[in-house]
Design a protein around this ligand. Structure first.
Ligand code: FES
Length: 106
């Protein structure tokens, strides 16, 4: 299914992501280096911070306890729509979602 990443500089990349793949992994393995993913996706580094575009939140399960803890230490401003992209696992109903990548990850 289709996901669009938008950097803080406005560079847009559209990816086709298989169900079951987390969106940090999808970004990094496709050369979107504004997402770092230092911990490999175990919700323990907060370097895969994204902001959900309007409407996306309704399609996702809410952040888990561990994700919430890590969101408290993101480098860029934490906003109500902040999420860790490694904790978003692709599924068909997410087709077409848009994610804004946080300006800094460290
Ligand atoms: Fe480390 Fe997402 S990759 S928290």
């Amino acid at each position: 299914a289709n996901v669009t990443f938008i950097t803080a500089q406005g560079v847009t990349t559209e990816l086709d992501v298989e169900p079951g793949i987390n969106l940090m992994h999808a970004a990094v393995s496709n050369g979107i280096y504004e997402i770092v993913g230092d911990c490999g996706g175990s919700a323990s580094c907060a370097t895969c911070h994204v902001y959900l575009a309007p409407g996306v939140e309704d399609k996702l399960p809410p952040p888990g306890e561990r994700e919430l803890q890590m969101l408290a230490s993101v480098s860029s401003e934490r906003r109500p729509n902040s999420r860790l992209s490694c904790q978003i696992v692709m599924e068909d109903r997410l087709d077409g979602i848009r994610l804004h990548i946080a300006e800094t990850q460290w």
